[in-house]
Design a protein around this ligand. Structure first.
Ligand code: PLP
Length: 380
């Protein structure tokens, strides 16, 4: 028999990801689309940090057949994840960064479709197609004002005058990306839409079109075209800033209380002694820190829930711990109790606001130390 060394039991922190809710979010987004418009899923950065191996098969079961990653090499992991489900209908995997560092052979073998971001990218892909004497699939990304990736206006003109370049390329979609989609009233949305329509017309060949990310879906059906590319909304992040979140929360994050102390007035808390107690306080030290995605910038704006009550953080966020003021918790607190960091009472976006960032950065920062559990019907 093993001898317990303290009241603490494993695990010290849990990240729970609800697959049913991701499934529901996918269907809810799809319901907003007209028939014939495909709802792709953006699964880059390991599904925004939540785990492609479990999530990609769930999305496939929800009838998703189009997946976007950033790096081509991430596409290999998506392909592997799809091996687990019966691939009765083929799934299309696209890589935003093109072939980016991966050998063409490997790309073709794994069926990863590159997004071509410049005229030069298109020339190279066409040259490969010529060399192989076969048609190769690609998505063409045109820039409509974000100045990040995609063909600038002059290259769109050049392509319009050189259609021959495309004779061996199966252009699956022509796409662009919104810079301000989460701000429905931002004039840039309409401007980019106008540029998209104009530049697609300038290209002058028939093709399917893809424009909207999660937020773009909510801007209206004239932003939908033939395929939308939601990411964040699938994972429960609010796609419309300043409005009620229409999506289901997907993540629950909790960590255990490691120690409880009664600290007298005038004592300081944590690194740099940055927080000084104005009165005596009961403090709980919790097993999650910036190595677990509780960003340092959260500082004293942070909040956790203990026994259903909101408890403010005090002092700086450490690598492995945060400290909460639990003086007011009526039910009392004990070592080993859970503190809810993300969950029904505190959404990803709330934690993001406390850290002066966006939900995307919180999810992709969660780190590897949590015990991860996947819940929902299909979770093993
Ligand atoms: C990340 C990304 C998306 C998904 O954006 P969300 O805001 O998470 O829905 C769509 N398109 C492109 C080009 C992206 O880089």
């Amino acid at each position: 028999m093993s001898i317990p060394l303290s009241n603490l039991v494993e695990p010290l922190s849990i990240l729970e990801i609800n697959l049913d809710r991701i499934h529901r979010n996918y269907l809810a987004l799809q319901k907003r689309l007209a028939r014939g418009c495909d709802c792709a899923a953006v699964v880059k950065a390991d599904c925004y940090g939540l785990g492609a191996a479990a999530i990609v098969p769930e999305l496939y079961k929800a009838n998703c057949r189009h997946f976007y990653v950033a790096h081509a090499s991430e596409g290999f992991a998506v392909r592997a994840a799809l091996k687990g489900v019966e691939e009765t209908q083929p799934a299309h995997i696209y890589a935003f960064h093109g072939s980016g560092g991966v050998a063409a052979e490997e790309l073709l073998e794994q069926g990863i479709i590159p997004v071509l971001n410049s005229y030069g990218d298109i020339e190279q892909w066409a040259a490969l197609a010529a060399q192989k004497n076969q048609k190769l699939s690609a998505v063409i990304h045109i820039d409509t004002g974000m100045n990040r990736l995609g063909l600038p206006a002059a290259e769109v003109d050049k392509l319009a005058e050189n259609h021959d370049l495309l004779k061996r390329i199966d252009v699956r979609y022509v796409m662009s990306h919104l810079a301000c989609g989460d701000e429905a009233q931002h004039p840039k949305n309409q401007e980019q839409l106008t540029f998209f329509n104009r530049r697609v017309a300038r290209l002058g060949f028939p093709c399917r079109l893809s424009f909207a990310n999660s937020s773009g879906i909510f801007l209206g059906s004239n932003y939908h075209f033939d395929q939308v590319r939601p990411g964040c909304a699938l994972y429960g992040i609010n796609p419309q800033s300043g409005q009620k979140n229409p999506m289901d929360g997907v993540v629950t994050l909790k960590a255990r209380i490691l120690q409880i102390k009664e600290a007298p007035a005038e004592e300081t808390v944590g690194y740099a002694a940055s927080y000084r107690l104005s009165s005596a306080m009961k403090l709980a030290t919790i097993s999650a820190g910036y190595a677990d995605g509780i960003l340092r910038s959260t500082g004293e704006n942070g909040m956790v829930l203990i026994a259903g009550q909101k408890c403010p953080l005090v002092g700086r966020v450490s690598m492995d711990t945060i400290i909460a003021d639990v003086t007011q918790v009526k039910a009392g607190v004990a070592v080993g109790d859970w503190a809810e960091i993300i969950g029904p009472h505190q959404l990803v976006d709330d934690l993001a606001a406390q850290a002066k960032t966006i939900g995307y950065e919180i999810l992709t920062s969660l780190g590897k130390r949590y015990t991860r559990t996947y819940t929902g019907q299909d979770a093993q």
